[in-house]
Design a protein around this ligand. Structure first.
Ligand code: GLU
Length: 328
């Protein structure tokens, strides 16, 4: 198998200690497999992007000697690919336009006594589904994927799955959920239609949604292995469903441990994550040591150079001593 991995930062600010863990793990996994490693700037959510952050991130990666094997790509330049994918889904009857505002969704959910957001997201009640009469004469705002279809069920397309061991998220019914296996977290399953609902592919403001862009690009770039932070694991079932809907292959997934902020939540700019200090070789090496430590990699002997450390950790990752390397 041809291994190709990637690191896909959103340029919403500089890299911090948490994002370096995902970057280092994906780079080590690619190196340990003798594969290629790519960088993709995920700048589709333009209002959240910080001007210049993309180039700063690339400099930070270069300072850490995490050099991509091909020139980076920017999602903002790839709209034509996302449009093609949406057209394909619409022609297949899997995507539909939606006229609902957030208020409409809140009202519809409240009317059935069911309005609790999940990770800040409301579970779409399916108001504009074609079988419920579609847009009801209102103008379409966003595009959604129909999740109540066979592609989100186990055994699609009749491949054997291990339902016995899957760790369902609370309330999920393993016999009607989508199953996948994470290389670190083990068997997972999610009932996407219940847990998330018909999710957005193109937003009401005209921007492409992360789920569609990431699936299209992983396939277009021939990504065989996705290594990224555990906070993104929850998106995986949606992404596998979209891959199936588009007839694309599913990569292997490995979700890395998170660095926690002072409040015990995932480190982010909101809870005080400092930009990674790559201003001097010493500071850069310190940051790499911290990331390697979180990944369960061995301490390098004192005075090891950055190159020596990366070589040591690549060997360790290959032999399975790093977290998540077990399935190599
Ligand atoms: N762009 C996403 C982020 O920075 C990562 C997407 C992915 O790795 O799938 O959180």
């Amino acid at each position: 198998m041809k291994y190709r991995g990637r690191f896909a930062p959103s340029p919403t600010g500089p890299l911090h200690a948490g994002s370096l863990v995902a970057a280092l793990a994906s780079w080590l996994d690619a190196r340990a497999h003798g594969g290629q490693w790519l960088v993709r700037i995920e700048d589709v959510d333009t209002p959240r992007c910080v001007p210049g952050a993309d180039h700063f991130i690339l400099q930070q990666l270069a300072a850490c000697s995490l050099q991509p094997d091909a020139p980076p790509v920017w999602q903002s330049q790839r709209s034509a690919l996302y449009q093609q994918a949406l057209d394909q889904l619409v022609s297949a009857g899997l995507a539909y336009p939606c006229a609902c505002s957030r208020k409409d969704i809140e009202h519809a959910l409240a009317a059935r006594g069911d309005g609790k957001p999940r990770h800040g997201e409301l579970v779409y009640p399916g108001t504009c589904r074609p079988e419920r009469g579609g847009l009801h004469g209102k103008p379409g705002r966003a595009w959604r994927l129909h999740t109540d279809t066979a592609i989100f069920k186990p055994n699609w397309p009749l491949t054997p799955v291990n339902t016995a061991q899957a760790a369902p998220e609370s309330g999920a019914n393993p016999s009607s959920a989508l199953h996948w296996t994470d290389r670190r977290l083990g068997p997972q399953c999610q009932e996407v239609a219940q847990a998330v609902g018909d999710f957005v592919l193109k937003r009401a403001d005209g921007l492409w949604a992360y789920q569609l862009a990431v699936v299209v690009d992983d396939a277009a770039q021939g990504i065989s292995h996705v290594v990224r932070g555990e906070d993104l694991a929850d998106n995986t079932a949606r992404q596998i469903g979209l891959q199936r809907a588009l007839g694309l292959p599913t990569p292997h997934y490995l979700h890395t441990p998170l660095v926690l902020g002072a409040n015990g939540e995932k480190l982010s700019k909101q809870n005080g994550a400092q930009a990674l200090d790559t201003g001097t070789p010493e500071a850069t090496l310190r940051a790499l040591h911290q990331a390697a430590h979180l990944l369960g990699l061995p301490e390098a002997p004192p005075a090891s150079s950055q190159g020596d450390c990366l070589a040591l950790w690549t060997r360790a990752w290959r032999s399975g001593s790093g977290r998540g390397a077990a399935a190599l």
